[in-house]
Design a protein around this ligand. Structure first.
Ligand SMILES: *Cc1c(COP(=O)(O)O)cnc(C)c1O
Length: 456
């Protein structure tokens, strides 16, 4: 525990030094008013901690694939960094599969989940040998046809929804009664259908569930896993052999965005699972996990310059360049997705001094565009910096093009050994030419020259 808190302190210290170094090196400044920063050391530590957590509870020799949910941080260098740290990729769209391939993740370490895979996507995945989890009976029929025409190298499974209920956030609760994901296990006849589906398909060897994301408490996550394990046992008993050889438990470990504390850890989760579902770890089943947020959220910070400091109706407002375009969830649902904000002075040093209740506003033209509302922080002045913490997953990598605001640059950092930080470009800031190009710039007169066929 002390060790974990020590790590959290070191991470916070690296972050402070990175902000200062980014200002000193010009990654942030008057001409670069917002940037995303990624803590490479922290990402490596989290990857190692995840692997160690499951190694500690699985029987020796158990195949375990930790597949990073690429949607959490869809950046090729991040996926490559994780791949080097022994983590595969979970992808859920053609774009995410392309990112994983560009990062060099081999098909054998890639898992494709998505509720809406087209025949072409399924064909490609099977041709590559990427593992596929079918979402529903119709998708399984498509797999039937593909497996019939050429034996698949891909491990194939079925996603089920244990329907164990929601956590505190509806939008990220995937195991509700009416969730759109997987085969709803408690619906009339569904369980029997699933067992029969496996009995009729000897090539169906995996079982998958992802019980939810942020807002799901550990015991509920563990219950989802216990349900899937029980189903795997039931299937194998019914078919009389160990047909289901791998269980994919999904991701979903929440991150406490209200504090720096490292809880809950992958280690704590693995222990809870081992206590609740010991049979899952005794070596009879291979394991796949699909963590996203818990691997990356802590290691990203979006930092923005305070362009103006003003007041309205007695409220202090820091007008910055980070709003809905880099923190869409927070801006549209601030109660559900609060962000911690850190204040830095114009030199990038942590700001001290008495706290003042203030809003941290973004640049977008609607009044709800706030990173934080009525927050007590050291008083932000023009030229200072504000940082939104824990935005490494589902944060600045998820650009929202409101107001044609350009995607900020993203930079990875490591301590340079001399008290400063070394940076690498992860993603270039988007140029205005690129903004125009993706907004139909090449088709400027498409509408003014459009005529009904036959007219002049
Ligand atoms: C989003 C998602 C994940 C990752 O969830 P986190 O909360 O980021 O760990 C894993 N598996 C599936 C199928 C998902 O949709």
């Amino acid at each position: 525990m002390a060790d974990i808190d020590g790590r959290a302190r070191e991470r916070a210290d690296r972050r402070d030094r990175a902000v200062r170094a980014a200002v000193e090196q010009g990654l942030l400044g008057p001409d670069a008013a917002v940037a995303g920063l990624l803590d490479v050391t922290g990402i490596r530590e989290s990857a190692a901690a995840l692997r160690a957590a499951f190694d500690a509870v699985t029987a020796p020799g158990t195949p375990v694939l930790h597949a990073f949910a690429v949607k959490a941080t869809p950046l090729v260098p991040v996926v490559r960094l994780l791949h080097e740290a022994g983590i595969g990729a979970e992808v859920a769209s053609p774009g995410e599969l392309a990112l994983a391939r560009a990062a060099g993740v081999p098909p054998a370490r890639t898992v494709l989940d998505s509720p809406a895979k087209t025949p072409a996507e399924l064909r490609e995945a099977l041709a590559l040998g990427v593992a596929v989890n079918a979402d529903n009976p119709q998708e399984l029929e498509r797999l039937d046809a593909l497996v019939c025409s050429a034996p698949a190298r891909s491990p194939l499974g079925l996603r089920v929804n244990p329907q164990i209920g929601a956590g505190s956030i509806g939008a990220t609760s995937t195991a509700t009664r009416t969730s759109k994901f997987g085969v709803a296990l408690r619906d009339e006849g569904a369980r029997e259908w699933v067992v029969r589906a496996y009995a009729e398909r000897p090539w169906l060897t995996r079982l998958h569930a992802h019980t939810g994301s942020q807002g799901i408490p550990l015991p509920l996550l563990a219950r989802g896993v216990a349900e899937v394990y029980a189903l795997a046992e039931e299937i194998n008993t019914a078919v009389g052999r160990r047909q289901v050889d791998t269980i994919d438990i999904g991701g979903g470990l929440p991150v406490d965005v209200t504090s720096e504390a490292a809880e809950p850890t992958h280690d704590a989760y693995a222990r809870v699972l081992a206590g609740r579902v010991p049979g899952l770890f005794d070596g009879r089943y291979g394991l796949v996990t699909e963590f996203g947020r818990s691997l990356l959220a802590r290691h990203g910070t979006v930092v923005t310059r305070v362009e103006y400091a003003k007041s309205a109706g007695g409220r202090r407002i820091a007008v910055t360049h980070a709003g809905a375009q880099v923190a869409a969830r927070t801006v549209y649902a601030p109660g559900t997705w609060p962000l911690r904000i850190a204040a830095y002075d114009a030199g990038g040093r942590p700001k001290t001094g008495p706290e003042v209740v203030q809003d941290v506003a973004g640049p977008a033209c609607f009044s709800g565009d706030l990173l934080a509302e009525g927050r007590a922080l050291p008083r932000l002045e023009q030229g200072d910096y504000a940082a939104a913490l824990d935005t490494g997953a589902y944060g600045f990598a998820h650009h929202y093009a409101y107001n044609s605001l350009a995607r900020p640059g993203v930079y990875g950092y490591v301590p340079d050994g001399a008290g400063g930080m070394a940076f690498a470009v992860v993603r270039e800031p988007q140029t205005l030419a690129e903004v125009v190009a993706e907004s139909g710039g090449a088709h400027a007169s498409a509408l003014t020259t459009l005529r009904a066929p036959g007219s002049r």
